[in-house]
Design a protein around this ligand. Structure first.
Ligand code: PEP
Ligand code: MN
Length: 341
């Protein structure tokens, strides 16, 4: 249920309602919009009805949230969420491009990547230190050393870092070094990990499982929101279809659908969706034109020598061309592409 407060409801009235709900054992989530303050209440409906919330001071209306995902819905929060990463913003009119190699491979490689993506105008450095590989015989990442190298690259360039958390045992290490915690496609429905990551107090980039319906994806986001962490970014990275020419199928329809259903920012990862560098540029443009709030793109100084995902990695020159396209498209849409100057 959501409780919509009167426009002139005072802070004491909001506080006293929250205390009443918490003392009665309900989960409470506050959303303060420009137009209205909404209190989301999670708990058993019949017990809630006994509290006669609509008769309480400062309350305008009490409404059920019909969607299965509650806190992620626009019913709970009509305004776009803006996620803040250091001095950068993503969401509403702010577009953020995150770029870098699939995996951190060496000091030289990550520093060269970070300099290249910063130079081209990316706002965030990506790079995996813990890699979820299909084959156990493939390169698994540099792990702790990789995290330290990411931090060094971040220090030198000023770029915040997004990197994947694969499990709870490595969460403290990753959370210490990263600015945004990435939940990979394979872990989208690892519910205990979602709750733990939420409590690390950092923004979370939640990738879509290649087999997840939009509703399942939003329910996964709900696990993070429910812990009180509202800084969630959704990332479309392609779904499984019968098509074999591309690695996955980029579901761009998810972008306008999500913008309608949820207030959370939505980014697109064309690299893992398509799997071939040649098609990344047009689909990046298309993602921004469809209303995405950002992109996650793999860039490698020497894609031919990459230890993972070389065929889908852009050279720094090709990434520069993508950034030019994205900036132009964003300007047409009266949006701003964020980067550290
Ligand atoms: C990644 O971004 O490094 C990655 C492994 O992607 P996904 O989880 O989408 O496969
Ligand atoms: Mn990759």
């Amino acid at each position: 249920m959501i409780v919509i407060m009167n426009q002139n409801a005072g802070q004491e009235q909001v506080d006293s309602l929250i205390s009443l709900l918490q003392d009665s054992g309900f989960g409470v989530h506050l959303s303060r919009g420009v137009e209205r303050t909404v209190v989301g209440v999670i708990g058993e409906r019949t017990r809630m009805e006994k509290l006669a919330l609509d008769a309480r001071a400062g309350v305008d209306r009490v409404l059920p949230v019909s969607e299965p995902y509650k806190l992620a819905s626009r019913t709970f929060k009509p305004e776009d969420t803006v996620v803040q990463v250091r001095d950068l913003k993503i969401g509403r009119d702010n577009i953020l491009v995150m770029a870098g190699p699939c995996a951190v491979e060496s000091r030289e490689q990550i520093l060269a990547s970070a300099r290249a993506v910063k130079n081209a105008g990316a706002g965030v450095l990506r790079g995996g230190a813990f890699k979820p590989r299909t084959s156990p015989y493939s390169f698994q990442g540099l792990k702790q050393e990789g995290m330290e190298l990411l931090e060094e690259a971040s220090r030198e360039t000023g770029l915040p870092v997004v990197t994947e958390v694969m499990d709870s045992s490595t969460l403290p290490l990753v959370a210490r070094h990263a600015d945004i915690l990435q939940i990979g496609a394979r872990n989208m429905q690892n519910f205990s990990l979602l709750s733990e990551v939420a409590n690390a107090g950092k923004p979370v980039l939640l990738k879509r499982s290649p087999c997840a319906a939009i509703e399942e994806w939003l329910l996964a986001a709900e696990y993070i929101l429910k812990e009180g962490n509202g800084q969630v970014i959704l990332c479309e990275r392609g779904i499984k279809t019968f098509e074999k020419f591309t690695r996955n199928t980029l579901d761009l329809t998810a972008v306008p659908v999500l913008k309608h259903l949820t207030h959370l920012p939505v980014v697109v990862d064309p690299s893992h969706a398509i799997g071939k560098w040649r098609y990344i540029r047009p689909m990046s443009r298309a993602a921004i034109a469809a209303g995405a709030d950002g992109l996650l793109i793999e860039v490698h100084p020497e894609p031919d020598k990459a230890l993972s995902d070389g065929p889908q990695s852009l050279t720094p020159e090709n990434f520069q061309a993508v950034m030019q396209d994205v900036t132009r498209t964003a300007l047409d849409m009266h949006k701003v592409v964020g980067s550290v100057s």
